[in-house]
Design a protein around this ligand. Sequence first.
Ligand SMILES: Nc1ncnc2c1ncn2[C@@H]1O[C@H](COP(=O)(O)OP(=O)(O)OP(=O)(O)O)[C@@H](O)[C@H]1O
Length: 264
Amino acid sequence: MSDEPVIELRRAAFGYEDRAVVGDIDLTIRRGEVVAVLGPNGSGKSTLVKGLLGLTELQAGTARVLGNPIGSRPARNGIGYVPQRHTLASAVKATATEIVTMGRTVRTPWWAPWRIRSAGNRALVREALAVVGLGTLTDHDVATLSGGQQRRVLIARALASRPEVFLMDEPTAGVDRGHQQVLVAVMRRLVERGATLVVVTHELDALADLVTRAIVVSGGRISHDGPPQDVAPHEVDHIHHEGEDARPRSPVPTTFLPTTGGPR
Ligand SMILES: Nc1ncnc2c1ncn2[C@@H]1O[C@H](COP(=O)(O)OP(=O)(O)OP(=O)(O)O)[C@@H](O)[C@H]1O
């Protein structure tokens, strides 16, 4: 880790239209850190991460990525993003190779778009797919791949753009244990080579050896920022967000139990 900040947020608020979802965020992330972003469903983790890409609106404060205002071209080009949902992968008819090639868009001059298919890029794309264990599925339509395979295609796309900062929204969700270990090894290697990782996760255990710092987002605020081992389980697990029941109904009403009568 170096002292150089790659992400700097000062009293930042992000949200949708006129509603702030996360606010009062003061956060400095330095090169080489591996930061886990934890917190219950709906607490604002994705909103925060998308804010770093300029995909959710900065409603207050200041936010810089690699010294540039968020949303600016140099800030965006420095980030490799692995989105939470694989909407792109399932909505677009494209092969794994084509999706991963899109990662090279940011490194291709606008005046020479054909260069995206250069021999160098093609080799890089093949390598990125091989690294995530999809070397034999490069020509498959992504819609025909499993959920975990689609996630790995998106990780390969982020790798192919060779960014300095990776923002990964639940990269291990739906990925089997063996491939999770592969991803952790890839992430470790990226960090050794100077990358910075910000990873939203509900599965800290899978990344435990790698994570150097954990922040917990709770009710739209950062409630913990420090070593991952100091995170209190109740902070991450409690159900707390606007518009949702404070507590799911328990015990399960007998209506839903198979041994009771009633309508089927
Ligand atoms: N596109 C959107 N427009 C309006 N509100 C949104 C949008 N996306 C998310 N929200 C709202 O913002 C709040 C935080 O959602 P967010 O997706 O950031 O939570 P999260 O912590 O990432 O949750 P999870 O663990 O379920 O992925 C929720 O109340 C959600 O309804």
